[in-house]
Design a protein around this ligand. Structure first.
Ligand SMILES: CC(C)(COP(=O)(O)OP(=O)(O)OC[C@H]1O[C@@H](n2cnc3c(N)ncnc32)[C@H](O)[C@@H]1OP(=O)(O)O)[C@@H](O)C(=O)NCCC(=O)NCCS
Length: 98
């Protein structure tokens, strides 16, 4: 995602009730500008996920969200497969939110 597209993910995270920090997007994007991804249909964002590399051997996943009206159709699984594939040789952390 571009920096402005990341704001969409932050909005969605707020809508999920996750309370992201005011400067989180800026800090994480600075740490790894290639760590933010969107699933798109016809150019429209339908899912978001971040996998920010802290170092050569550690990444952390976040912003794993599918647009509510499109959940349960396999989009999240595809994004998660992408994340796992991109971290095959390094450690990956994440928080599970319930
Ligand atoms: C979690 C989320 C990204 C999954 O995306 P999705 O496109 O709906 O997921 P998929 O359609 O690929 O389903 C993946 C699997 O998760 C299961 N699943 C999806 N939502 C679930 C839920 N709320 N509770 C339990 N299982 C769920 C599906 O049944 C499916 O399992 P299966 O492959 O055995 O059938 C989506 O539900 C979402 O955005 N939730 C709100 C944000 C959130 O909680 N993110 C995770 C934070 S840790």
């Amino acid at each position: 995602m571009t920096r402005s597209e990341v704001n969409v993910a932050i909005d969605w995270a707020q809508r999920e009730g996750w309370n992201p920090g005011i400067h989180d997007a800026q800090c994480f994007f600075h740490a790894d500008p290639n760590g933010f991804y969107a699933a798109k249909i016809n150019g429209e964002i339908v899912g978001t996920v971040s996998v920010v590399k802290y170092s050569g051997d550690f990444a952390f996943e976040g912003l794993y969200i599918v647009r509510p009206d499109l959940r349960g159709k396999g989009i999240g699984s595809q994004m998660q497969r992408f994340v796992l594939d991109s971290c095959r040789d390094i450690n990956l952390g994440l928080y599970g939110v319930f």
